[in-house]
Design a protein around this ligand. Structure first.
Ligand SMILES: NC(=O)c1ccc[n+]([C@@H]2O[C@H](COP(=O)([O-])OP(=O)(O)OC[C@H]3O[C@@H](n4cnc5c(N)ncnc54)[C@H](O)[C@@H]3O)[C@@H](O)[C@H]2O)c1
Ligand SMILES: O=C(O)C[C@H](O)C(=O)O
Length: 341
């Protein structure tokens, strides 16, 4: 039996387990927890958050392999103090005192599945984790990655409402990967560096609910109807493109970790009080008649401080919006009913 096996066995029996066992005092900064930290997204996300100078404490929670990932990440010579938490008995310790909780816990798609096919497993996981957040860090900003985001965000909201801790500004469904993909694919068509391109992506995070607003791309540009059709479809199917290429080994993990860190960093800069931090996210919204919708939001000291309207849409986008709302409504309702049943 190797040292790690003994450690994992001991950790699973010992609710007070921490890694490292003796740690140094944390420098000023934000305390961030990753739930699902040993997964395909969780591991590179943990690595990138350990490199973020705004993070002083990084808690890595998972139901498997948290000690191994924590030992590994803790050897990086960056500022954040890293602690690992393994299994449900350690969830409360993982969450207590956190400013930001990032959730990539849950199962990913295999070829042929929709994100909604993940609902039966991931809904329960998100519910349990959010109950922990409501109890241990009710003021934390939550970045929810677990699919189907269109339903897991409403689930989280209902859990927080039930616990009496719901603050719509603090619950953000992560749709940053859609923006990252849109920037990349649009830049390819325009022959630009993707860092020069910004594409707002609104609606939700599944199929036709992913609605890129190509009429609002910066820098200002125009597309032929064929380019619009190609880009919209490619952005909507970006996740499926990766699922198919991975052929059963999961869905996007590395680009998602990159996108999650880009979004988490924006949230932390907002919490710090930086002005003008605007990103797209799936949030409680009055932009349409639906209770949740992804659009640009201004991130500030208390989370999503302002939710922006969609701006002028062209006819192609107006048609897309109607399709998106129809599917979104059902997904939101499914999430709400899971808790209210
Ligand atoms: N929002 C997005 O844009 C986006 C992008 C990519 C993937 N995702 C979703 O993110 C989720 C994770 O994807 P992945 O590729 O990292 O999957 P993965 O299977 O590689 O990792 C998931 C991790 O979650 C852990 N986990 C399971 N149940 C848990 C629980 N109750 N508490 C804590 N951790 C738990 C697993 O042990 C595993 O380590 C999936 O639902 C996937 O669909 C979302
Ligand atoms: O496509 C998936 O299932 C994962 C994720 O939602 C993605 O967009 O890559």
């Amino acid at each position: 039996m190797g040292f790690c096996t003994i450690l994992c066995f001991w950790a699973s029996k010992n609710q007070e387990f921490r890694w490292p066992i003796a740690g140094r005092k944390a420098a000023p900064g934000f305390k961030v927890a990753i739930l699902g930290a040993a997964g395909g997204i969780g591991q590179p996300l943990a690595m990138l958050m350990k490199m973020n100078p705004l993070v002083s404490v990084l808690h890595l929670y998972d139901v498997v392999n948290a000690p191994g990932v924590t030992a590994d990440i803790s050897h990086m010579d960056t500022g954040a103090v890293v602690r690992g938490f393994l299994g449900q008995p350690q969830l409360e310790s993982a969450l207590t005192g956190m400013d930001l909780v990032i959730i990539p816990a849950g199962v990913p798609r295999k070829p042929g599945m929709t994100r909604d096919d993940l609902f039966n497993i991931n809904a329960g996981i998100v519910k349990t984790l959010c109950e922990g957040i409501a109890k241990c860090c009710p003021n934390a900003v939550v970045n929810l990655i677990s699919n189907p985001v269109n339903s897991t965000v409403p689930i989280a909201a209902e859990v927080f409402k039930k616990a009496g801790t719901y603050d719509p500004k603090k619950l953000l469904g992560v749709t940053m990967l859609d923006v990252v993909r849109a920037n990349t694919f649009v830049a390819e068509v325009l022959g630009l560096d993707p860092r020069e391109v910004n594409v707002p992506v609104v609606g939700g995070h599944a199929g036709v609910t992913i609605l890129p607003l190509l009429s609002q791309v910066k820098p200002a540009c125009s597309f032929t109807p064929e380019e619009t059709e190609y880009l919209t479809k490619r952005i909507q199917d970006g996740g499926t493109e990766v699922v198919q290429a991975k052929a059963g080994a999961g869905s996007a993990t590395l680009s998602m970790a990159y996108a999650a860190v880009k979004f988490a960093d924006a949230c932390l800069r907002g919490l710090r009080g930086d002005a003008g931090i605007v990103e797209c996210a799936f949030v409680a919204s009055q932009v349409t008649e639906l209770p949740f919708f992804a659009s640009k939001v201004r991130l500030g000291r208390v989370g999503a401080e302002e939710v922006y309207q969609l701006g002028p849409l062209n006819e192609y986008e107006r048609v897309g919006l109607e399709k998106a709302k129809k599917e979104l409504e059902a997904s939101i309702q499914k999430g709400v009913s899971f808790i209210r049943k």
